[in-house]
Design a protein around this ligand. Structure first.
Ligand SMILES: [Zn+2]
Length: 77
């Protein structure tokens, strides 16, 4: 999903999964991790999110519908 905003992260019921499209590093981020607040319409790209391994700014974003989906995402790395 492209163009997810900090508002979306802040109001999502679960953390957000991010996969770097260059090095395939997977991380799970929370609103607290990103200092996301509801009403903040900047996208994750605009907020300066970068891969901590390779520095890429191109990500695939996964919104989880359950804790089970979240765990599966982390296990599949
Ligand atoms: Zn990367």
């Amino acid at each position: 999903m492209f163009g997810l905003t900090l508002h979306d992260v802040a109001t999502a019921p679960h953390p957000i999964g991010i996969e770097c499209e260059r090095c395939i590093r997977r991380v799970v981020v929370t609103a607290a991790t990103l200092k996301a607040r509801s009403g903040d319409r900047r996208t994750l790209e605009e907020a300066g999110l970068v891969c901590s391994r390779c520095g890429s700014r191109v990500f695939g974003i996964t919104r989880f519908l359950s804790q089970a989906e979240l765990r599966a995402f982390v296990r599949a790395r």
